[in-house]
Design a protein around this ligand. Structure first.
Ligand SMILES: Nc1ncnc2c1ncn2[C@@H]1O[C@H](COP(=O)(O)OP(=O)(O)OP(=O)(O)O)[C@@H](O)[C@H]1O
Ligand SMILES: [Mg+2]
Length: 335
């Protein structure tokens, strides 16, 4: 039953220009009020999925519903219940922040007598009051993203879709965007679905992660549970001097140790790094291996991706050709 979910997709397929299979059978359910991350490298199909869910494009086959409304047959009803911040710019550089909000307020049909109040409230909420009367071309990347959020939130959507909400932003600007999104969600009990290829962001800000690669869902679950797919325990990274052959030979004799990546820095998984590290170092030094640096960490979503796809995120991105990297550069240039 699609009706009881905020978002439901069934076997979505999208083929562009008869050749590019951007979505290859995506089925997904997002509960009302949930905070869902869709992660994956460039070209995974994240934006395509979001464009279908927000009624921008139609699927080649399959169905999807938002709050029980079909995204093709009831597109208008879907649009009036959602907010959407697209990956690409959606504001005008030659207008002020205030003017941008005003244009969209008219577009969304907010009655004339309420527009000013709604706009001021949004500017305040997004910490853009001071900059309201400046041209957007003078804004930083973070301010532009917050303005786009302000626009999306004017209509108080029950479901908010964010495509790479913090791409290209520095950590402080990223944190500010997130604090606003989370506060909105808390206040209105809204569902938030966001795309990101920052695995750390998905880990930190979502309740459930959907991991995509090449048009398919490769994993789904709570971030902590997904990380367990790599195996319980700790990861130890060993930055080595010289080649890794002698090190791998030594490590093969250490009990209860799994080599996750044999490239320098070598990554191994152990049950308990604190307990096992002395033995590990002893084995390496005994074999004449010089270790430059040791790092201990918990498995991340990045490690999950490597395990599930056999590729690093960078390798997977090299396969895509319309990169988020270009978008990042554009944002740094100030668009
Ligand atoms: N309008 C289009 N016409 C043709 N191919 C497209 C179009 N839009 C996307 N694609 C292709 O579809 C695939 C999925 O692209 P999509 O933008 O959905 O991925 P993404 O996960 O959002 O990637 P990114 O991280 O770069 O934003 C890619 O191979 C992309 O090149
Ligand atoms: Mg995208």
């Amino acid at each position: 039953m699609p009706g009881s979910f905020a978002v439901r997709a069934e076997n979505l397929v999208k083929v562009y220009e008869g050749t590019v299979r951007a979505l290859d059978g995506v089925t997904l359910s997002v509960e009302e009020g949930e905070l869902r991350a869709i992660v994956g490298p460039n070209g995974a199909g994240k934006t395509t999925l979001m464009r279908i869910l927000t009624t921008q494009i139609k699927p080649t086959s399959g169905d999807a519903w938002v709050l029980g409304r079909h995204v093709v047959r009831e597109a208008g009803k879907v649009r009036s219940a959602i907010g959407y911040v697209p990956q690409e710019f959606s504001v005008w550089n030659d207008l002020t922040g205030y003017e941008n909000l005003l244009v969209y307020a008219k577009l969304y049909g907010i009655p004339r007598d309420r527009r000013k109040r709604v706009i001021e409230e949004m500017l305040e909420f997004m910490e853009l009051k001071e900059a309201a009367n400046r041209l957007v071309r003078t804004y930083s990347g973070g301010m532009i993203r917050r303005l786009e959020l302000a626009i999306a939130l004017m209509v108080k959507p029950r479901v908010l879709f964010l495509d790479e909400p913090t791409i290209g932003l520095d950590p402080r600007a990223r944190a500010l965007v997130w604090s606003r999104v989370l506060e909105y969600r808390k206040e209105y009990g809204a569902t938030v679905v966001f795309n990101t290829h920052y695995m750390d962001e998905a880990e930190r800000y979502s309740e459930v992660v959907t991991m995509m690669n090449r048009g398919r869902i490769v994993a789904e679950g709570e971030p902590g549970d997904l990380a367990k797919a790599v195996g319980e325990g700790d990861l130890v990274s060993l930055s080595l001097e010289g080649d890794t052959a002698k090190a791998l030979d030594a490590l093969s004799r250490v009990p209860e140790l799994v080599v996750v990546s044999a490239k320098n820095p070598v990554l191994v998984r152990v049950e308990n790094a604190q307990r096992q590290l002395p033995y590990l170092m002893e084995a390496l030094m005994g074999n004449g291996v010089r270790v430059k640096e040791v790092g201990i960490r918990r498995p991340t979503l990045e490690d999950v991706f490597v395990k599930l796809t056999g590729m690093t995120v960078e390798e997977a991105e090299a396969l895509g050709f319309r990169g988020a990297a270009a978008m990042r550069r554009a944002i740094r240039r100030g668009g």
